[in-house]
Write a protein that binds this ligand. Structure first.
Ligand code: NDP
Length: 234
């Protein structure tokens, strides 16, 4: 039977690949988007995850169109890179507000229905740098490390309701986010990746598909690296 899935930030990049993969697995898939057009073949709901009222409205729309969310993929995220000495408080806060508090907002809204149904899957998209650290990304790394503690706390809170909560930690993946990195930085990163290349969004989507599947029913509180060996399993 098809499940109701919601992927935040599913209009492009990793989120879109995840949404298409779960659709292919037979689920009904909705994605949030902020501007422009939603992707074809998926239910698009307009939502900025920094706004609790918009999150609630998006969930209501998904519930009306495809039923209560059974699988939540919290993928939406941003970077605002800068060395600490030059980083504004606004750039620190807005990255945390999107990446960490945004995941809190959608997870909190999703668990209501999941707890009632006593089943659910929550998958949070973190990053290899959440556990490795990254110069110039103190805001981003802190937000992504925060997701691990958040997920593991939820895994403990919600396990008795048959809700699993896991983290996928991508390494460097070919998307708009990494295309923005200077060429010499990209070459430098690849030298440190045992597999010697950036990953593809589809390679992240496959891991998410597994965590969302029945085969992963006994996995919760895990951090699954998909990073070409960069973090060596952390
Ligand atoms: P992109 O920049 O390509 O896409 C980001 C997505 O997040 C977009 O759909 C964007 O929507 C959405 N988004 C950003 N802010 C908000 C917001 N406030 N409300 C709603 N949606 C928002 O990123 P990637 O696909 O590369 O990354 C996806 C996730 O994977 C992120 O969490 C990122 O941190 C993580 N990641 C990426 C890696 C990489 O190498 N690319 C490595 C490790 C982790 P819109 O189009 O409307 O702006």
């Amino acid at each position: 039977m098809s499940r109701s899935v919601l992927v935040t930030g599913g209009s492009r990049g990793i989120g879109l690949a995840i949404a298409r993969e779960l659709k292919e697995a037979g689920d009904d898939v909705a994605v949030t988007y902020r501007s422009g057009e939603p992707p074809e073949g998926l239910l698009g709901v307009q939502c900025d995850i920094t706004d609790t009222a918009q999150v609630d409205a998006a969930f209501k729309q998904v519930e009306e169109e495809q039923g209560q969310v059974q699988v939540l993929v919290a993928n939406a995220g941003i970077t605002k890179d800068q060395l600490l000495a030059l980083m504004s408080e606004e750039d620190f806060s807005s990255v945390v507000d999107t990446n960490l508090t945004g995941s809190f907002r959608v997870a909190k809204r999703a668990v209501r229905g999941m707890m009632r149904k006593r089943t659910g899957r929550i998958i949070l998209i973190s990053s290899v740098v959440g556990l490795l650290g990254s110069g110039g990304q103190a805001n981003y790394s802190a937000s992504k490390a925060g997701l691990v503690g958040f997920a593991r706390s939820l895994a403990r809170e919600l396990g008795s309701r048959n809700i699993t909560v896991n983290v996928v930690a991508p390494g460097f993946i070919e998307t708009d986010m990494t295309a923005a990195l200077p060429e010499d930085r990209q070459v430098g990163i690849k030298k440190n990746v045992p597999l010697g290349r950036f990953g593809s969004a589809d390679e992240i989507a496959k891991a998410v598909r597994f965590l969302a599947s029945d085969d992963a029913a006994y996995i919760t509180g895990a951090v699954i690296p998909v990073d070409g060996g960069l973090g060596m399993g952390h």
